[in-house]
Structure formats: structure tokens, C-alpha cells
Ligand binder design. Structure first.
Ligand code: MF3
Ligand code: CO
Ligand code: CO
Length: 293
């Protein structure tokens, strides 16, 4: 992307980031995923944006809401009501349909805790949060695209978790999903993405998502009959965080970095937030550390 295009991307991405901060104000036991859908839809419309999931390849709602063993692409509905101990990923994608900001997608997601989490929930959510941060640390002009997945896989598996292979990160911008694909694992020789990514390097101005889906048990997925909802094959927990990222000469610009602390995810004592993903929450933590000596 040119500097002008990047300016427009920043606007779309920052709106998506603000939307997640807003969602965090509402996550609690008793709220339905349909109500979250309404909040996200209204937020987009109120800010002259279009919620990109709506009607995308037939997706019926304005946001993806993926609860517990749902890996991704959960469809909001009245019947899914959050309860104490649940985890939920909310995946927001904004698009500006009108000038002067016309034409760019911002794609980002967070996993929230609903009430008091189990130790297992903390494990998978915090591993996913850290996996994204480690992926971002690999981004730099000239680095190999698959360094991202290699670092994420090594970390996640060292924590006893697994990395989903059936869904990957992607180029993002004028289109919701475009080249290149960004696996969160190291592709093996002669399999899947190996040939396509062999020798592919990051370039300044490239924009893509990193969005590791991390499972407590098997990495295997199971697509449901609605053709969207993806569950873990063993029905154990799954968590995900996503950012839209621009490659720079010296590293990464996290376009969807959070302008404020995300309640229900980044404000909890056990969450470790990265400086690139969540500068507001990170600065607050540093301040806490300093004042507590
Ligand atoms: N936001 C998802 C992603 O991170 C894609 C959702 S596609 C939809 O790539 F149709 F389900 F919205
Ligand atoms: Co994405
Ligand atoms: Co997304």
C-alpha cells in the first residue's frame, strides 16, 4: 500500500478497534450474541461504516461471535446467551463504503472472559493472546512470511496447546480477504501452503492479518451444517486474537492497536498485554508496576 492507502486503512482499522473497546463494556452473563451483533451493527452504521461480515459470501450477521469450543465464524443468535465462565471471541470487520474514506477493511478480534474463568479458559486465552504478540514480533521488511507461523506454533505447542491449520490469516485492504495467506504454523514440505509461501518475504507496505486460533486439545476442526460455525473436533476450548498489520522497514505497525483498555479481556490481573497490540493497557500496567515499586 502507498502512504495514502495506509492512511485510509488506519481509519478503518481504528474504527474496528474502537468497536471492540465498546463491546467490552457490554460483555457479561445474560447478554445474547444477537445483542452483541446489534451493538456492532449500530456502531458501524453510526460511524458511516459497513459491517463487512454482513452478506459476505452469504454470512447472515454483522459480526462473528465464537463461544467456548467454537473456533471461528460463530453466527450470533437470540438463543446463545453468555453465562458465567464462558469465553467468547468477537471478530469485527469494518468497511467504509463512502468517500472520503471509501474502500478499506479493518479486521480485528478479541477473546473476552464472561464472569469467572476456569484455569483451562485462562490457559487457552492467554496462550492465544501471547501467540499473536509473538507473531507480530516476527514482522519486518525482508523477513519470511512463514517465520510468523513458525514462531507462533513453537510457542503454542510449548504451552501444551495446538494451532488451527484449516483457517489462516490473510492480506486485507480493498478486499476482505486477499493474498498472501498467513499460516499460524510452519507449513511442511510438499503439503498445503509450502510451495506457495516458499521464499515469500514481507515487504514494506504489505498489509495482512495475524489471527492465531489456539486450541486446548486437538487442532482438528469440524464445520457445522450451517456451513459457517467451526467447532473443535474434540469440543475442547479454543481462543483467538486478531490484528490487521502493516509491514514497515523496521518492524510492524499494528493498525488495529487498541486506543483504550478492552474490559473483560485486558483489564484482568492474569492477562499480559503486549505493547504493540494494546498500548493503552500496556502503559497502564507499566504505571502499576512503577507505583507498586
Ligand atoms: N473476520 C474473519 C476473519 O478474520 C472473517 C469472517 S468471514 C464472515 O478473517 F463471513 F464470517 F464474516
Ligand atoms: Co481476518
Ligand atoms: Co476477523
Amino acid at each position: 500500500m502507498t502512504p495514502k492507502m495506509l492512511d485510509r486503512m488506519r481509519e478503518s482499522c481504528q474504527l474496528a478497534a474502537r468497536c471492540l473497546v465498546m463491546v467490552g463494556e457490554h460483555i457479561r452473563p445474560g447478554i445474547s450474541t444477537e445483542a452483541i451483533n446489534t451493538l456492532v451493527h449500530q456502531f458501524c452504521v453510526d460511524h458511516d461504516a459497513y459491517p463487512a461480515p454482513l452478506d459476505y459470501k452469504g454470512f447472515p450477521k454483522s459480526v462473528c461471535t465464537s463461544v467456548n469450543e467454537c473456533i471461528c465464524h460463530g453466527i450470533p443468535d437470540e438463543g446463545t446467551v453468555l453465562k458465567d465462565g464462558d469465553i467468547i471471541n468477537v471478530d469485527v470487520t469494518t468497511y467504509f463504503p463512502n468517500q472520503p474514506r471509501k474502500g478499506f477493511h479493518g479486521d480485528t478480534s478479541v477473546t473476552f472472559y464472561v464472569g469467572e474463568p476456569s484455569e483451562e479458559a485462562k490457559k487457552v486465552v492467554e496462550t492465544a493472546r501471547q501467540a499473536l504478540e509473538i507473531g507480530i514480533e516476527q514482522v519486518k521488511h525482508g523477513a519470511r512470511i512463514w517465520d510468523i507461523g513458525a514462531a507462533i506454533q513453537e510457542y503454542a505447542e510449548s504451552q501444551g496447546c495446538s494451532v488451527v491449520r484449516d483457517y489462516v490469516g490473510h492480506g486485507v485492504g480493498k478486499e476482505f480477504h486477499m493474498e498472501p495467506q498467513i499460516p499460524h504454523y510452519l507449513p511442511q514440505k510438499k503439503a498445503g501452503l509450502f510451495e506457495g509461501l516458499k521464499n515469500r518475504r514481507m515487504k514494506e507496505g504489505m498489509v495482512f492479518t495475524i489471527e492465531p486460533m489456539i486450541n486446548l486439545g486437538t487442532h482438528e476442526t469440524e464445520l457445522q451444517d450451517d456451513d459457517w460455525t467451526v467447532l473443535t473436533a474434540d469440543r475442547k476450548l479454543s481462543a483467538q486474537f486478531e490484528h490487521s498489520i502493516a509491514v514497515t522497514r523496521t518492524g510492524a505497525e499494528v493498525l488495529t492497536r487498541r486506543p483504550a483498555i478492552v474490559k473483560g479481556s485486558e483489564d484482568l490481573p492474569w492477562s499480559e498485554v503486549g505493547p504493540l497490540s494494546a498500548p493503552a493497557a500496556h502503559a497502564a500496567r507499566q504505571g502499576d508496576d512503577a507505583s507498586s515499586g
